[in-house]
Design a protein around this ligand. Structure first.
Ligand SMILES: *Cc1c(COP(=O)(O)O)cnc(C)c1O
Length: 217
């Protein structure tokens, strides 16, 4: 399965985040030995434990809701945080990154789904902040793109529209807040059920779990 997906992603130069949440170390090592190095988790405790037990050249991505009081546990090693959905959280990541003498890469998560439960920022709020002095002071975080989750539905058109929204948000931020800085370049969108649509809409990074590891319990 990994080979097939990678072959497909290669055509558009899209990165694969293998979402290993709830899966045992052996399942991760199976993909690791096939060459996969980027793994995504959504719970801090599980992420820290896997980091400690597995090879150190794995790049761990935090993809789930992150509470500010837990940032300190992942700050020493996390490679990318996809789920920055408040300014308060971004400032805490900066603080903990500084303590660890690191610059932590982050994605801004936007709410594109129609479902109530999905977390995310609003575009207007964040543009003002990104142009402010307060943001300039954050020397230990680097925002390299955006992330979003489409509604869980089989209506292809709706999913397509939501991914288009995220692409629009990315383009707007790239112009208005990042002055076309080439480091701002990632659009993390697409999961097992909708990643082919996401790629068509400009995804640079897909987060795939069940298609690689089998269904979660
Ligand atoms: C679980 C999860 C995924 C992967 O979902 P699959 O449907 O198993 O591919 C992707 N992104 C986020 C944020 C997740 O929580």
């Amino acid at each position: 399965m990994l080979k097939n997906i990678l072959q497909e992603l290669q055509k558009t130069n899209t990165q694969l985040v293998a979402v290993s949440k709830t899966k045992p170390n052996a399942a991760i090592m199976d993909l690791y030995t096939q060459g996969q190095r980027i793994f995504g988790e959504n719970r801090v405790q599980e992420l820290v434990q896997k980091y400690e037990e597995l090879p150190k050249d794995i790049q761990w991505h935090m993809i789930g809701h992150l509470q500010t009081n837990k940032v300190k546990y992942i700050a020493p090693f996390i490679n990318l945080i996809h789920s920055v959905e408040s300014i308060k959280l971004l400032e805490e990541i900066n603080k903990q990154a500084k303590k660890n003498n690191r610059i932590i890469h982050c994605l801004l998560q936007f709410k594109i789904a129609s479902e109530e439960s999905k977390f995310g920022l609003q575009l207007d709020d964040i543009i003002n902040y990104l142009q402010s002095k307060n943001f300039e002071l954050l020397q230990n975080v680097k925002i390299i793109g955006v992330m979003g989750m489409a509604t869980f539905t089989d209506k292809t058109n709706q999913i397509k529209n939501e991914f288009e929204q995220l692409k629009f948000i990315f383009d707007t931020l790239q112009q208005k807040a990042f002055n076309n800085n080439p480091d701002f370049k990632e659009i993390s969108m697409g999961m097992s059920s909708d990643y082919t649509i996401a790629i068509e809409e400009g995804s640079t990074m897909v987060r795939i779990g069940s298609l690689l590891f089998g269904k979660r319990n």
